[in-house]
Design a binder for this molecule. Structure first.
Ligand SMILES: [Zn+2]
Length: 116
């Protein structure tokens, strides 16, 4: 006489819901850059996924997405290490364009490794 042990049923398992709450703001391509390190990286990822690519500002040397660049473009003539004259141009970011007396183009030339 050993009927089925009706106590073998496992206790009703409570559904366990794991919710991973990531406070993530969604940035869209073309959004202005946010303040803050983590926010900036999320924003930059959104820009990159959208196909936007950074360009180096000719004045401050920082890499900027198109929406951070002004319409100003630096143009100058330089020479390569082999003595070949080349036309150089670099965009100017909005911050630099707003402060024209900031850094000089000489600094930009140095960053491009070209001697005038
Ligand atoms: Zn700049």
């Amino acid at each position: 006489m050993s009927p089925h042990n009706t106590n073998a049923d496992p206790p009703a398992s409570k559904p366990v819901t794991l919710v991973c709450v990531l406070e993530q703001r969604r940035y869209r391509p073309g959004d202005p850059a946010p303040e803050g390190y983590l926010a900036w990286h999320e924003w930059a990822e959104a820009q990159h996924k959208a196909g936007l690519r950074q360009k180096q500002c000719g004045r401050c040397g920082l890499w900027r997405y198109p929406q951070q660049l002004s319409t100003e473009v630096l143009r100058w003539q330089g020479k390569t290490a082999r003595g070949k004259t080349v036309q150089q141009e670099a965009p100017v970011c909005s911050k630099c364009a707003a402060h024209p007396n900031g850094k000089t183009t000489d600094q930009a030339r140095d960053q491009h490794g070209i001697t005038p």
